[in-house]
Design a binder for this molecule. Structure first.
Ligand code: HEC
Ligand code: HEC
Length: 151
């Protein structure tokens, strides 16, 4: 009786180990990605860069208070401790001269609801909220509809 149960335990363990080894061989641990499956040991060729057209119509907002999409390219625009390229056109003192939209007043409000004299730290890294417009196909289906007030 004892022997039998030891044998069963042993065979179950072996099956588990070999199953694990097989999935390890595939190198993806059974995880499937929407962007295609690539084994860990192989380097996947990068996806082609999304085209960001130079002059394009603004894609309209889908909901109130949506960060507007960026209607121009932003390659090599630095946003760091030392420089914020975006603000060289979008800050209040540059916007008029550059023909750009001023950042709105919400960008001056701190997390404690105080209105600051300059851009609030929580709005400094523009790309946390704003992204460039691109003709990118959705990875998953989506039945989102614009709110009535914007239709
Ligand atoms: C060289 C100047 C310049 C720089 C630098 C620049 N922009 Fe712009 N941006 C513009 C101009 C001009 C417009 C409006 C004209 C247009 O539609 O292209 C604009 C439009 C926008 C809009 C749309 C505003 C609206 O009312 O819908 C957003 C959002 C934006 N930019 C974000 C950014 C971000 C984020 C960066 C930095 C990564 C950046 N911009 C850097 C000039 C600039
Ligand atoms: C935490 C998210 C967030 C960050 C970070 C942020 N924005 Fe915005 N931005 C928004 C939202 C939301 C709106 C639309 C509502 C509003 O005007 O506040 C907006 C609106 C704008 C507009 C349009 C203003 C108008 O009057 O139509 C511009 C231009 C803009 N942002 C530029 C920037 C730039 C440049 C930065 C970086 C310095 C930045 N934003 C950082 C969320 C953000």
């Amino acid at each position: 009786m004892m022997k039998k149960s030891i044998l069963i335990t042993l065979s179950i363990t072996l099956t588990l180990i070999s199953g694990f080894a097989v999935s390890q061989d595939r190198g993806i641990g059974g995880v499937e990605s929407l962007r295609g499956n690539t084994e860990l040991e192989t380097t996947r060729t990068a996806d082609p860069m999304k085209k960001v057209p130079r002059d394009q119509v603004d894609i309209e907002s889908s909901y109130v208070f949506q960060p507007p999409l960026i209607p121009h390219h932003i390659r090599h625009y630095e946003i760091s401790l030392n420089a914020n390229k975006c603000l060289s056109c979008h800050s209040w003192n540059k916007a008029k001269q550059m023909g750009a939209t001023k950042i709105s007043v919400t960008h001056f409000v701190s997390r404690n609801d105080e209105v600051l004299a300059d851009v609030s730290p929580r709005r400094y890294f523009c790309l946390q909220c704003h992204v460039t417009q691109a003709d990118a196909k959705p990875l998953v289906g989506n039945s989102f509809e614009r709110v009535k007030s914007l239709q």
